[in-house]
Design a protein around this ligand. Structure first.
Ligand code: ADP
Ligand code: ADP
Length: 231
């Protein structure tokens, strides 16, 4: 089943009288259960592509189908709705609520879902246990290590059972040992059947993915299966 279908995606930014061509006709398809890394040098268009895939922005032209929804040309409200339903985000900077416990951070996406508090708590406990944080659910972000904070962020991203987990430089703020642990967690999440997209400029991180897409000057330079993903 296809989760992402991008066809001839163009994104231009106007800067004064100049037009920056950030994406110049990008087409790609990603199926359910794939683990994809998107690589490229600074300025190659990674963030722009991630923003479009994550329904944070719309393309200048082209067609984007996300999990059978046409997300090419939506209003901001429509974009927010599809984003909340279909995408789990993980960021370099974790983006956790500082005054809330790990449990409350993870439960937050469920607050508007109509699910009762007891079930919300049970689901959050289960997913925090899955990411190895059963003993830390009552801790606030400043009482957790960087790696533990990112685990909370991963748990929060997954709690709505999103169509895709979209991670932007997920290990950018972590040392190499902790980065490896987070990539192990991603491998487990992939094995559980989730669709993962990791945007990174780090080769070591990309080599964990099963498919590596490289961008250059706003175009797909290469799109290859990784024959030996790092585990
Ligand atoms: P990457 O994430 O690979 O560094 P970006 O998608 O951020 O690449 O940038 C692609 C190109 O678009 C670059 O030339 C960048 O300067 C430009 N760009 C990105 N965002 C904006 C913006 N909001 N306004 C104008 N130009 C932008
Ligand atoms: P990253 O590659 O780490 O995701 P950004 O997306 O913040 O970094 O920026 C990538 C490039 O896009 C940088 O060269 C930056 O100067 C440029 N850029 C980002 N936002 C804008 C903007 N609003 N106007 C012009 N250039 C931008």
């Amino acid at each position: 089943k296809q989760v992402i279908n991008l066809t001839d995606i163009v994104k231009n930014y106007k800067v004064g009288t100049q037009v920056v061509r950030a994406l110049r006709s990008v087409s790609l398809q990603i199926n359910e259960g794939e683990y994809v890394a998107i690589m490229g040098a600074s300025g190659s268009g990674k963030s722009t592509l991630m923003n479009i895939i994550g329904c944070l922005d719309t393309p200048t032209s082209g067609r984007y189908i996300l999990n059978s929804h046409d997300a090419s040309d939506l209003t901001d409200d429509q974009l927010a709705e599809i984003r909340n339903r279909e995408i789990g985000f993980v960021f370099q900077t974790f983006n956790l609520l500082p005054r809330s416990t790990a449990l409350d951070n993870v439960m937050l996406p469920l607050v508007y879902s109509g699910i009762k508090k007891q079930e919300r708590t049970e689901r959050a406990m289960e997913i925090l246990t899955n990411v190895g944080l059963a003993e830390r659910v009552d801790h606030k972000p400043n009482e957790l290590s960087g790696g533990q904070r990112q685990r909370v962020a991963v748990a929060r991203a997954l709690i709505n059972k999103p169509a895709i987990l979209l991670a932007d430089e997920p290990t950018g703020n972590l040392d190499s040992k902790i980065s490896e642990e987070i990539m192990q967690l991603f491998a487990e999440i992939h094995q559980q059947g989730n669709t993962l997209i990791v945007v990174t400029h780090e080769e070591d991180i990309a080599l964990h993915a099963h498919r590596i897409i490289r961008l250059k000057d706003g175009q797909v330079e290469s799109d290859e299966i990784n024959p030996n993903p790092v585990i």
